[in-house]
Design a protein around this ligand. Sequence first.
Ligand SMILES: [Zn+2]
Length: 485
Amino acid sequence: MNHLIILAIDGFSWNVIDSLIAQGKLKNLNKIIKKATSGILNPDKPLLSPQIWASIFTGKMQDKHGIKDFYSTKDDLKFDQIWDILDNFNINVGIYRALTALSLKKTDSFFIPSFYSFENECFPKKLTFIKKLDQKTRFNELNLNAKIKTFWNLIKFRFPIPILLKIIIKSIFLEIRKNNFKRKLFAIKNIEFLIHSNLFYKLIKRYKPQFSISYENSCDTLSHVFWKDYVQKNQYSNIIPKIYKRIDDYFGKIYNYTIENNYNLLIISDHGFKLVKTETPQHFNKTIQIIDFLRYLNLENDVYGTNLGSTALFRLKPDSSLTFGELENKIDQITCKGEKIFRINKIENILITKLKFFVGNEEGLEIRLSEKTNVKVNSIINFTSKMTGIHDENNGVFIITGPNIRKGEKIGLIKPYDVTPTLLGLLGVPIPEGLDGRIITKIFKIEPKVDYFKNIKKEEIKEKSLSEEEEEIIKERLRSLGYID
Ligand SMILES: [Zn+2]
């Protein structure tokens, strides 16, 4: 049987890989590349991770599969993703936080939905603590109590004790370094990486899925913040090389496992990184976290939200029992230190809520959502630090090895939507008709024989959030009225 493990590393970039390998670093990856066929994953613009990963996993172009950004839901997805196709052909799939794994699937092994999905559970249920950990980290609620619970769950899961001790030491370090944003971010991402990479390794050994994906986002987050430090030598210059080194250790472990078992291995990223030309001014860096915001208000089933940074658009879903006035009241009554935090305007049936500038970035600042609910400001508003690294379409990574894959080959640019048909070909599974991608035949020693099948198209979703054209029209109107910058 043909097995495949995919290590999906968001933002993993050839320019860093080449430079570190030239310095004699990343020994495992260097070894893998010599045994692999490698290319440059070249996405289309806009370079938005959910769009690109959905293209990678559906075989459809970025503007066709229905996923637009982090505010898309499972209802927006118009096509099956590769794990759905494989599951239909009774292939055992194990999915670990793939970015576009938006709906939970029961498989013969494990299924951990994306950190941004609405799902609250994992499969099997005993793994739900991974989802809880993701939610806590995302909502900035990873306090001591939550940490102890996580450690306890890891012990119950027979997580390797030496690594657990390492994580506990890093957590203590994190408490001490609380006030240094950059050190803190690096420590959190490190802890997350250690937990997820080791859990995935345990899971594939336990369940032996024929097809598995592990998704990692620490590289992307850290590259956004630390890119300039990496390029210009200073005290933080070693952060990006350090995370690449950790990822390289992880590759080494997984690669050895694939060699022992005669598996295929794909290392893939959605885009690379480059230095930003002009840094964004501070006031651009407040983003209303629409999904979290609606959840805290218990409105996620009633309201569609569109994100425009520090402005958000809300409108009622057709089946909502709320009135527009009630929605307006609920949002209007939100305060911070006794002052309303939103300026509200209306265009037809759309509520335009703009965050006032006074809302600070102090940790622990309380937002009063209603008489009963108070939340920390970070739970609903994202304060991104200055981005110095931005996504680059010319440095995405595609590295594949396996018994029938050519060794030491370079194939140039490949498109995200070619990945799914190529992997189906590799696994000997029929390919749905009508995909935009084609099999990249030059990666194979012996070209696989492929079959096609007619996929029953998912029902068109009648009611969905604003279309792109609608969004553009509204954005234009808001710009002319001075509501958004
Ligand atoms: Zn990014």
